[in-house]
Design a protein around this ligand. Structure first.
Ligand code: NAP
Length: 426
């Protein structure tokens, strides 16, 4: 493996990252700064499942809890010189960046440091054939890549209600959406239902209500998973009516206004009513709505790794404390059975986390996976060059330390793979 620092010289890449949320972009930033020339396969656009370049945050309005990701009217270079009153005034102006804005910044930063991006979905990953040597990744566009290390950052996708009528009205302005910030603006002055009792449902309902839309929040129980403050915010909003003990069981519509004139809409309908059912007694009622926003949680995007990587009962990927993937029980016809982890395959972010699920925790895990991938590649390179990893101080700690900007800028410290190559050539 003589080309680790210049992956284009052979046809095996150093690292491929699958997924373009905060996890994927952070992993890309770190591996790019480590001179590993990462390829980030970002997905393109499937709004229904939030499988969209940029991930779930593309459907988020203001992000208030990603530290530092704020907009403010104040020139921050002058902050320290402002008096107390001016600082207090400036704090009132602070506003979180929008999800798309933050994701665009992350993409630019990752690309600035040398990340190559591909906007396609991955259709197949072969973990089984050459474990510890290389892995093969195929895309919907028919491309095929080999990589020494793989960082799985595929995130999670929006759940749908699973009623047959849902598909009929999904997309093309039909009336069903899983993304209020993407589609809400076209319902101004209209009436919609938001389904769910978690924070997402409360957030979407408030967002839509604040656009002047009349919102019916539909929840199947009378207890909410959402935090108290989010529920109270929705309860206080005059544009939101909360219906508990109700599920949407069917949807009704009328022909799309353009059906007669535009072939694209020929067989389409637009939503007019949601049929609600009380789960306690099965009684039904019709609710006149122009749209239904489904906000009932997420499913991890792990289909690519079925029968290869270990998942929990809900389908989230398992990993060890070095972010390494664990082979599934019968992985690759038991070929990986004896391995405690799959060498070179790392797992990070919402695809492996159903507890924290924050942009900032996802980003943190992306950083950890990148540092572990860098260590893996440096060790592999040292091994193949007959060098002693310990003598070269190839460890998670030393690699993490080498990412401190001061070390880079002031001490001229080089990325670990370069240090290995230099030591081998010395
Ligand atoms: P969630 O907390 O899992 O809530 C999902 C909701 O949908 C539950 O109320 C559930 O009902 C309901 N539901 C599930 N399947 C359903 C179905 N088939 N039909 C009807 N209702 C169904 O998911 P989430 O709201 O997406 O939140 C996920 C995580 O992200 C949470 O940890 C949350 O705190 C966090 N989050 C935070 C913010 C924020 O802080 N701004 C915003 C969004 C999300 P049951 O309760 O009856 O099961």
């Amino acid at each position: 493996m003589n080309a680790t620092t210049n992956a284009t010289q052979d046809d095996i890449r150093n690292v491929i990252i699958i997924g373009s949320g905060p996890t994927g972009y952070t992993a890309a930033l770190y591996t790019a700064r480590a001179n590993l020339q990462p390829l980030l396969i970002a997905g393109s656009a499937d709004k229904k499942t939030s499988r969209i370049k940029g991930g779930q945050l593309m459907a988020t309005s203001d992000i208030e809890n990603f530290p530092g990701a704020i907009e403010t009217g104040v020139d921050l270079d002058t902050w320290a010189y402002l008096d107390e009153a001016a600082q207090a005034e400036a704090i009132k102006d602070v506003k979180g960046l929008s999800g798309p804005h933050l994701m665009t910044r992350m993409e630019l930063q990752a690309r600035h440091f040398g990340t190559e991006m591909l906007e396609e979905f991955v259709t197949e990953v072969d973990i089984c054939s050459h474990p510890g040597d290389f892995y093969t990744v195929k895309t919907e566009g028919g491309k095929e890549f080999k990589t020494r290390a793989l960082i799985v950052a595929t995130g999670a996708a929006a759940k749908t209600m699973g009623i047959p009528a849902e598909d009929k009205f999904f997309g093309k302005g039909g009336g069903v959406s899983t993304c209020a910030t993407c589609d809400g603006h076209s319902y101004r002055g209209k009436t919609v239902a938001v389904v769910g009792g978690g924070d997402s449902a409360m957030e979407e309902a408030s967002y839509l209500a604040n656009l002047g839309i009349k919102v019916h929040l539909i929840h199947r129980r009378d207890e909410f998973r959402a935090s108290k403050i989010m529920v109270q915010r929705a309860q206080k909003n005059p544009n939101i009516t909360i219906h508990t003990f109700r599920s949407i069981v069917d949807l009704k519509g009328k022909p799309h206004p353009l059906a007669a004139t535009t072939p694209f809409y020929k067989d389409d309908e637009v939503l007019t009513h949601a049929i609600l059912e009380d789960p306690r007694d099965g009684s039904r009622e019709e609710l006149a709505v122009d749209g239904v926003f489904v906000a009932i949680g997420h499913t991890p995007n792990t289909g690519l790794f079925k029968d290869q990587l270990k998942m929990d009962e809900a389908g989230y990927l398992e990993r060890d404390r070095h972010m390494r993937a664990i082979p599934s029980m019968n992985a690759c016809n038991r070929k990986l059975h004896a391995m405690e982890h799959v060498p070179g395959v790392f797992v990070a972010g919402d695809v492996s986390d159903h507890v924290y699920r924050q942009a900032i925790t996802a980003a943190g895990m992306g950083c950890m996976a990148a540092i572990e991938a860098e260590r893996y590649i440096a060790e592999k390179l040292a091994d193949e060059m007959g060098m002693d990893s310990e003598a070269l101080d190839i460890s998670t700690e030393s690699i993490a330390h080498s990412h401190w900007s001061n070390e880079r800028d002031q001490m001229g410290e080089k990325p670990m793979v370069e240090r290995v190559v230099e030591a081998a050539n010395a």
